[in-house]
Design a protein. Sequence first.
Length: 290
Amino acid sequence: PPQLPPWKRSRRELLQCLERFLRLLVAGEPLSAPASVTQPAWGRFLAWCQGQGLLSSAESPGAGRRWTRAATSRPLCLVLDDNFYYQSMRYEVYQLARKYSLSFCQLFLECPLECCLQRNRLRSHPLPDQTIYLMARKIEMPDLKKNAWEQNSLILKSSDCASEDNEQIISLLAAALENPVKQNEENTEQKEADRAICAASTVHQADQTCRRIISQTMKDAKDKNALPSEMKSLAEELNKLKAEFLEDLRQGNHLKNQICIQNQYSDPATSVISSFQHEATNLVNKYILK
């Protein structure tokens, strides 16, 4: 998409920079900026590599950068510190590990919602409580039974750290280093590309229908003499609701709502549209029937 939210664009740029980094390490390819990554993002990435002592400085403007001895003389562990609240976000990193036959593991910190809220309020720039509630609702823990690629995962209680945790983390890293991810013989990259195209088409279909629902809903509210201030609030809530539903559809969470589970639609877009219609009707009633 031409316009991505800043956080999503930053995640995508980081993964692209990371892949260039891995090409240099594994295949010895020249290190160059990906075409779709902004120069500031690439500059920050290079500065990080140099700050960690992994890359030499360019001797001249046109000179390339090389690995330092520190980068190749011992095991190299790259830590991606993020919420990664959807499994699909973590799977993107796993795909990189598989593509270059590298080790992969996950450390998941399980934290009670109230503890998260308390910690957030102590930050210098706290997020709105609603953001924490939304994250808690959306976050997907590693599913070791369902996803074979998440087998190398460790779940720790973030609220009470124990000395044994350090030993478990070291064991997790050691097990990952000893068992790099093997490349699949089948063309998984093509399958992922086909899936992405299909998903984009589904989201577009749902987006267009949800827009029509919003338009009709606003017309119904106006016909029922809703106040201008109420119309404005209703429009804001409907658009926010649409964004949440479409994001869940992108991430494959289209059955999160009870109405979807009851109806069991075979088409993801249809189930999302039905659920959105239901929620939109409830929103209108909140304003009209109060």
